[in-house]
Design a protein around this ligand. Structure first.
Ligand code: 13P
Ligand code: SF4
Length: 310
């Protein structure tokens, strides 16, 4: 990249010239959030991808998100600034192993969290996100047994919330698993009026001390309507950018991870940079492509989710 380029202006120019829309997840770096046309959680991003009339969707997020956009809008060019931006949770469920697991429960309906590959989506009956999971589970008849994949933490949380005894796949997110209950508790002692807000991908002991649990959009909205002055935020740090922008007079403290060398940035999300975003718009690659049969099979459970959450 020519260091003299004004990347913000160039990205803006490319957006107009190419009729491109930038969809960004809250875990992206602040500069990327600031150039995005839409910032949201996984549900909001997939709804935007389904309805946009842009010719190019530039997905500032991770691979499964861009892949979902391509599944929903196959006629559009979908770009991902770094094709290596994966997801530990999606990687924890390889489709071949999951197919064998599913075969052990022939009477079960499969609800999968959107953080999974197209291969897993094609083996699922309904997709959900952290913001609509309860609603989706409640839409399924009470006597219908369910497999929930791939996140065991979100799954256990939903079992408690809905009272449904679901069979869980044993996957987890590397970012949400590393928060330290002990360090969060010590932080709370030093900030007794701070509210603890957590993403449901966190482990059960952390969720047990949270004042509020929700998706990234859910957490952000909570900070806007709640009257506390301080929050301990137990999720990826990218969300703090919008929280701080929306609530300039409140303090947001990122929850500490369990070891000094760890950090609570998602290494996959943070592979995308403003420079890579510019380059991918300029050269229209890396582009998401997928097999048409797989796309059709993966679309069915996403459509069911979008219908239920409409
Ligand atoms: P949401 O933004 O849907 O809450 O998902 C969080 C996440 O981990 C995305 O990778
Ligand atoms: Fe995947 Fe976790 Fe990163 Fe989200 S934060 S993309 S679930 S590894």
């Amino acid at each position: 990249v020519d260091v003299r380029l004004d990347l913000f202006a160039e990205i803006d120019r490319l957006k107009k010239e190419k009729n491109a829309i930038i969809l960004a997840h809250y875990y992206q770096e602040p500069d990327i959030q600031d150039v995005a046309d839409y910032i949201g959680d996984s549900l909001g991003l997939s709804q935007q991808a389904a309805k946009t009339d842009a010719d190019i969707i530039v997905f500032a997020g991770v691979h499964f998100m861009a892949e979902t956009a391509k599944i929903l809008s196959p006629q559009k060019k979908v770009l991902l600034p770094d094709l290596k931006a994966g997801c530990s949770l999606a990687d924890s469920a390889p489709p071949e192993l999951f197919a064998r697991f599913k075969a052990q429960y022939p009477d079960h309906l499969v609800i999968s969290y959107i953080n999974c590959s197209a291969g897993i989506k094609a083996l699922s009956d309904i997709i959900c996100t952290s913001s609509n999971a309860e609603k989706i589970i409640e839409a399924v008849p009470k006597d219908q047994p369910i497999i929930f994949a791939p996140d065991r933490n979100l799954g256990s949380y939903l079992v408690k919330k809905t009272g449904r005894d679901m069979v869980l796949w044993n996957g987890a997110c590397m970012v949400h698993e590393i928060f330290s209950l002990e360090k969060i508790t010590k932080l709370k002692v030093r900030h007794p009026h701070a509210k603890i807000i957590a993403h449901p991908e966190c482990e059960a002991p952390v969720l047990a001390i949270a004042d509020f649990i929700g998706s990234t959009t859910g957490l952000l909205k909570f900070t806007q309507r709640d009257d506390a002055k301080e929050y301990i935020v137990v999720t990826e740090t990218g969300i703090l950018h919008q929280m701080q922008k929306e609530n300039p007079n409140k303090t947001f403290i990122p929850a500490p991870p369990n070891n000094a060398c760890a950090c609570n940035d998602c290494p996959h999300m943070k592979l995308n940079t403003l420079e890579k975003l510019y380059l991918c718009m300029e050269y229209e690659q890396p582009e998401i492509t997928m097999d048409e049969q797989l796309r059709i099979a993966a679309k069915r459970p996403i459509d069911r989710m979008l219908e239920i959450s409409a």
